[in-house]
Design a protein around this ligand. Structure first.
Ligand SMILES: NC(=O)c1ccc[n+]([C@@H]2O[C@H](COP(=O)([O-])OP(=O)(O)OC[C@H]3O[C@@H](n4cnc5c(N)ncnc54)[C@H](O)[C@@H]3O)[C@@H](O)[C@H]2O)c1
Length: 327
């Protein structure tokens, strides 16, 4: 089967491509390389912008695509507040045109990268899939809107779909071939590792939250576990008519301070932490209920926090060495 993975040169998309290849699928990665990297893409890379309808149409015409995994999009929450129209165009309008091109090409199976951001600040923990939407950023609004478009398009065009709401993706491929590579990097784990490696302080926002150590708690899920869930979701929708809407989180929260401590243990070093003020819209604690994914997909996160940190550290060391060599 041929699978088109949009955003296939990005962090999560490139790991999904690897998992699909390992499961015997043929993989086509579509990416405009705006934040993705050809170096981590596997399968056939099509350097095409999602907004290029003709480019999309050509891919569907030339290759017999059986299903689409849609990861491409803009992902920076703060940036989305500065450039709301750009985010709405890429994350909402391009999702709509992708679905239209799929329908035109008679491609019926669709898996979408959504986010726990759709829930906003949770009223109850753990967060399950029935939690009402409460988007607190333009980024989150675009995910809510895209989910709605998928529901409508599926009904209109007779599609089968999965909406997968990721919690905090992290870690890197165990074989070192891919890992987190955002610019700017806004995610905690790579930033803590980089601070440790450069012996610079790391900034943590808020240490007066009502959590065990005062710092925010988040649910970290290894990118290879996420990728595995996509393979299982594709198999699931291939044999079920009802849509699949799932949280993908580890089901366990770690505080910012616990992440710092885990990196200190892995790198056997002390990290200097600077505490800044709380950031607007940062909830104290987010933890996923992943019961539904476990039950329907038989999915189970295999990487614990130590494995997440170890693979992320190995990736950062490899990249630091590569960048030093190229200087
Ligand atoms: N990283 C996380 O923790 C996280 C959490 C929840 C949801 N998500 C979602 O998962 C998806 C992937 O996130 P990621 O962390 O891998 O981000 P990423 O930036 O590494 O990957 C996104 C990819 O999309 C590509 N892209 C962007 N605009 C495009 C366009 N117009 N045409 C073609 N390609 C385009 C980029 O070049 C990049 O390779 C996103 O939809 C994101 O919203 C990520």
């Amino acid at each position: 089967m041929n699978i088109l993975v949009t955003g296939g040169a990005g962090y999560i998309g490139s790991h999904i491509c690897r998992a699909l290849l390992a499961s015997g699928y043929a993989v086509h990665a579509l990416d405009n390389l705006s934040s993705g990297h050809a170096e981590v893409a596997v399968g056939t890379l099509h350097t095409v912008d999602l907004g290029d309808v003709v480019g999309l149409r050509n891919i569907f015409a030339e290759y017999h695509i059986d299903a689409v995994v849609h990861c491409a999009g803009l992902i920076n929450v703060a940036d989305s507040m500065q450039h709301p129209e750009v985010y709405r165009t890429v994350n909402i309008e391009y999702t709509k045109s992708l679905l239209e091109e799929m329908a035109r090409a008679n491609v019926r199976d669709f898996v979408f990268s959504s986010s726990c951001a759709v829930y906003g600040t949770p009223q109850h923990l753990p967060v399950d899939e029935a939690t009402p939407f409460h988007p607190e950023s333009v980024y989150a609004e675009t995910k809510v809107a895209a989910e709605e478009i998928i529901r409508n398009s599926a009904e209109m065009y007779g599609m089968r779909y999965a909406i997968l709401r990721y919690f905090n993706a992290c870690g890197a491929a165990a074989n070192g071939s891919a890992g987190e590579w955002h610019d700017p990097e806004t995610h905690l784990i790579p930033n803590v590792i980089r601070a440790a490696m450069s012996q610079q302080p790391v900034m943590i926002f808020g240490n007066d939250y009502p959590t065990s150590d005062g710092t925010c708690v988040r649910d970290y899920v290894h990118v290879e576990d996420l990728a595995d869930a996509h393979v299982k979701a594709l198999q699931y929708i291939d044999s079920h008519v009802e849509p699949l809407i799932l949280n993908l989180g580890s089901g366990h929260g770690y505080s910012n301070a616990e992440i710092v401590a885990a990196v200190e243990t892995e790198l056997k070093t002390k990290i200097v932490v600077q505490y800044g003020p709380r950031r607007v819209g940062d909830p104290a604690c987010i933890e996923a209920s992943n019961e539904k994914a476990r039950m329907l997909l038989g999915w189970q996160p295999r990487h614990d926090l130590a494995s997440i940190i170890r693979t992320a550290v190995e990736w950062e060391i490899k990249n630091k060495i590569a960048s030093l060599r190229s200087q």
